[in-house]
Design a binder for this molecule. Structure first.
Ligand code: SF4
Length: 355
């Protein structure tokens, strides 16, 4: 099990955003204590060692008091130089909170900025405004964070190309080390989904133009485009997420968290209540202890997200699909097989063949 990554899911949020289909729940703060105790219990049971990355995601991990993270970190065996990330929601943090996190050992902060336009933040149902993002970023730097990611979403309802340009300009003005940019996905079960076709979205062409503009702008600003949606200043690529894309070994603890160890997958129950009742820990340990070949489709599907691509051997049995995609200008083969620029913009078309 070496090296190993650990994901910890914190499913609590102040309110549910209008586009969110993650395992996150508002109004359940009364369950925090019991939930963290279950997380602690799960970690004790799994006993992960030599962790090279730990990622605390959500939900809104910054809703939880640092004392809980301190308890969790004390249990972990963390390798020297490990990347320890935490997702924070602007508007839920201040400098003293961030200092406590830094003292516990968190060394990478991911801020869910999403947009710098207050009108769009309100449409998304976020609890923060643009001013909160600037304040949180300043607080994080003052607390000593030198590795900060900003998440942005584009193709928002009523968003123009100029609005998106402005969002990127504001984000770059903060000089973050990392940027994740995602196009808005309207998922079933969300408020946006219920609005249906009446939701005023940019057209597909406008969406592609926004993505291309972001790629050009961020490259010009010195960012390394290393995964479809992820850009980093050299050396600041997110090590934890690269483990997912390389279909590597990771343990997930908490509600809805997935684990992938030695080719085996295990998904925890999705809701907080089901998770707290967790009785299948021994099954999880047993299953993850078996050795299996990693799923080939999954390795291709995830690995193609990385702009470096994958070696030819990984595509054994899929030569026909690869040829078809090369002929269509969506894949290219040099030392490795990877997405072309067109393939990047139409990645879902490529992935369909490997699902
Ligand atoms: S803060 Fe994040 S996890 Fe929570 S509801 Fe909003 S999008 Fe979902």
């Amino acid at each position: 099990m070496n090296p190993l990554s650990l994901y910890i899911h914190i499913p609590f949020c102040k309110q549910k955003c209008n586009y969110c289909d993650f395992a996150s729940y508002a109004g359940k703060e009364n369950l925090i204590e019991e939930y963290i105790n279950t997380v602690i219990n799960e970690i004790k049971h799994l006993r992960p060692t030599a962790l090279s990355t730990v990622y605390i995601g959500g939900g809104t991990p910054s809703l939880i008091a640092p004392k809980y993270y301190e308890k969790i970190f004390k249990l972990l065996s963390i390798a020297p130089g490990a990347e320890l990330s935490l997702e924070a929601n602007p508007g839920t943090i201040n400098q003293s909170y961030l200092k406590e996190l830094k003292n516990i050992g968190v060394n990478r902060l991911s801020l869910g900025a999403q947009s710098f336009n207050d009108k769009h933040l309100e449409i998304l149902g976020r609890i923060h405004n643009a001013k909160d993002i600037f304040k949180s970023f300043d607080d994080a730097q003052a607390a000593g964070f030198e590795n900060i990611n900003l998440d942005l979403i584009f193709a928002l309802p009523n968003q123009t190309h100029n609005d998106w340009k402005e969002d990127l300009k504001q984000a770059l003005s903060l000089k973050p080390q990392h940027l994740s940019i995602y196009n808005l996905q309207v998922e079933e079960g969300t408020k946006f989904y219920n609005i249906g076709d009446k939701l005023p979205r940019p057209t597909e062409d406008e969406e592609v133009a926004m993505f291309e503009y972001a790629i050009d702008t961020l490259k010009t600003a010195g960012f390394h485009h290393y995964e479809i949606s992820n850009f980093a200043q050299p050396g600041f690529e997110c090590k934890h997420n690269v483990v997912y894309w390389e279909n590597g070994n990771y343990l997930g603890v908490g509600a809805s968290a997935s684990s992938h160890i030695n080719g085996n997958r295990f998904d925890n129950p999705k809701t907080i209540e089901e998770y707290i009742k967790l009785t299948q820990l021994q099954n999880k340990v047993d299953l993850l202890g078996h050795k299996n070949q990693p799923d080939q489709k999954e390795t291709i599907f995830m690995g193609l997200r990385l702009l470096d691509g994958l070696s030819k051997e990984k595509f054994k049995g899929y030569e026909k699909e690869v040829k078809e995609l090369i002929d269509d200008g969506l894949l290219e083969q040099k030392d490795k097989i990877k997405l072309t620029h067109r393939g990047l913009l139409l990645a879902n078309e490529v992935f369909k063949l490997f699902i």
